[in-house]
Design a binder for this molecule. Structure first.
Ligand code: CMC
Length: 452
């Protein structure tokens, strides 16, 4: 092996490590390739080194260069983003710098969507215009309704949503002009406006009930409830407590940085496809039980436990590794998920309207006992957003198949904001991970007749 690093190499002085004097510390990383004895100094920016900087580390000129191997992107930042900040150790979630608690207390989902997408809270006039634009775009083309009716009678609403959001691109073919700001703007409005309509149509289809057209006199969440539950009455009057709880749920799901579905939207969007198709990829990723389905699992778990008396034996089973405490633990949050706390607060308002679920007592006591148990605290396992969201969705009268659909409605604003940020980011290119090839090479084809 010859040693021929392209970039200059110099041994790093020990005090460059900078552990003593933070202010004077050099923002670089020095690595020594023990295969060649060469050292390389890589810049550190925002706590990261560039994976591409590793490429200069070679054993020979013809060598491809070093790559980073990171299945599931456990430690790789794929973008720079100014949308959502999470401090998992402290249990902090902020959108554009505003704490989630304040947004849920004072804002509406559409205002938060504006904030997330545009970067600033809107003025009164901007908000009125934004809400008006979204409200007047809630209807879908009649053909959309027709093809949704073609799904099997018991089709999963999430599968219907994946297909119908993607199909919107065929109704708005100019949506592929993603570098035209005006064209982008109208697709953003349409996506936010039509997502609840598609979701409610999918629900009604699944229930074998006629689809209900949007009521543009109602607010976003109230209109959604109307499309979901209106029967023979001339006008559906949503209960303001239910509409507010739903609006807060949409806010809570609006964005959560580079999760699986958002990464899917960015990855598919990086091909410069239209935003309907990119968002359909996000919905598809959310369909998976590890992403959009944990609240269903949490609800089923509470049902299985059934009574407060059964909690200790259930927890013994969890500690013995027989199963997981669903709705507990998070890859990022190593503290109480702030979204769980907010949902917990809104449960009472929903139960006031719909009647109290007996499973709430089980959930509250389960949380209490788990948080008093060293098994959970030592592993930093706290309730996450899914611990209570299933209970609230169930109280709203939703079947479990609709839980991820509700998630998708709220997350649409985040997907759009992340897609926009990507489109405007000069550093982004078509997403194309590398691989470590582990298969055979250079084999000669064996004709069929000569194979056993
Ligand atoms: N119940 C019991 N033990 C658990 C749980 C749990 N829910 N979660 C983690 N652990 C244990 C795990 O067994 C491991 O123990 P040990 O060190 O003895 O092997 C330790 O805690 C670390 O767990 P991990 O699997 O390495 O943690 P992770 O970051 O890979 O997993 C998680 C995160 C969310 C997949 C996991 O906590 C889990 O499966 N939770 C239950 C499912 C759930 O509620 N998912 C919803 C997540 S929030 C959705 C969202 O934000 O979009």
């Amino acid at each position: 092996m010859s040693s021929a690093p392209k970039t200059e190499v110099r041994p790093a002085p020990r005090d460059d490590a900078g552990s003593g004097d933070g202010a004077a510390a050099k923002q670089t990383l020095t690595v020594t390739d023990n295969r060649t004895g060469s050292s390389y100094e890589l810049p550190i920016t925002d706590g990261t080194v560039r994976a591409l900087d590793l490429r200069q580390i070679k054993t020979a000129e013809a060598d491809f260069g070093l790559m980073a191997y990171d299945p599931a992107f456990m430690n790789t930042a794929s973008c720079r983003s100014a949308i959502t900040y999470i401090d998992g150790d402290a249990g902090v979630l902020q959108h554009r710098g505003y704490p989630i608690e304040q947004l849920c207390e004072h804002s509406t989902y559409l205002e938060v969507a504006y904030l997330i997408i545009n970067g600033e809270l809107p003025s009164r006039a901007q908000l009125e215009n934004w809400v008006h634009e979204i409200t007047v775009h809630t209807f879908v083309h009649e053909n959309v309704k027709d093809f949704m009716q073609g799904f099997r009678y018991d089709a999963n609403p999430m599968g219907m949503l994946v297909a119908s959001v993607g199909a919107l691109s065929t109704f708005y073919p100019d949506a592929n002009q993603i570098h035209d700001e005006q064209v982008r703007q109208i697709q953003i409005i349409r996506l936010l406006a039509k997502m609840p309509t598609l979701a409610a149509f999918a629900f009604r289809h699944n229930m074998g009930q006629p689809y209900v057209y949007p009521d543009n006199e109602l607010e976003y969440a109230g209109n959604f409830l109307s499309m979901m539950y209106k029967m023979t009455e001339l006008k559906y009057e949503p209960d303001p407590r239910l509409a507010r709880a739903l609006d807060v749920l949409f806010i809570l799901h609006a964005d959560h940085e580079q999760n699986a579905s958002t990464s899917a939207v960015r990855s598919v969007g990086s091909t410069q496809v239209d935003p309907y198709t990119a968002v359909a990829a996000g919905v598809a990723a959310l369909y998976g039980p590890l992403h959009g389905g944990a609240n269903e699992a949490a609800l089923r778990m509470l049902g299985r436990i059934g009574k407060v008396e059964n909690i200790p034996s259930f927890l013994d089973g969890v500690k013995a590794g027989k199963e997981r405490l669903m709705g507990f633990g998070h890859r990022v949050y190593k503290n109480y998920d702030p979204r769980a706390r907010i949902i917990r607060k809104h449960l009472d308002a929903v139960f006031e309207v719909r009647g109290r679920s007996p499973l709430l007592d089980v959930a509250v006591e389960l949380e209490k006992q788990a948080l008093a148990d060293d098994y959970f605290t030592s592993r930093k396992l706290y309730p996450n957003v899914d611990f209570y969201s299933g209970l609230i969705y169930e109280a709203l009268g939703l079947p479990v198949a609709m839980f991820p659909v509700m998630f998708a409605i709220g997350r649409t604003s985040g997907w759009i904001a992340q897609w926009l940020e990507m489109v405007g980011d000069a550093e982004q290119k078509i997403a194309r991970p590398r691989q470590i090839y582990t298969g055979d090479r250079d084999r000669d084809y064996v004709p069929l007749a000569q194979r056993d």
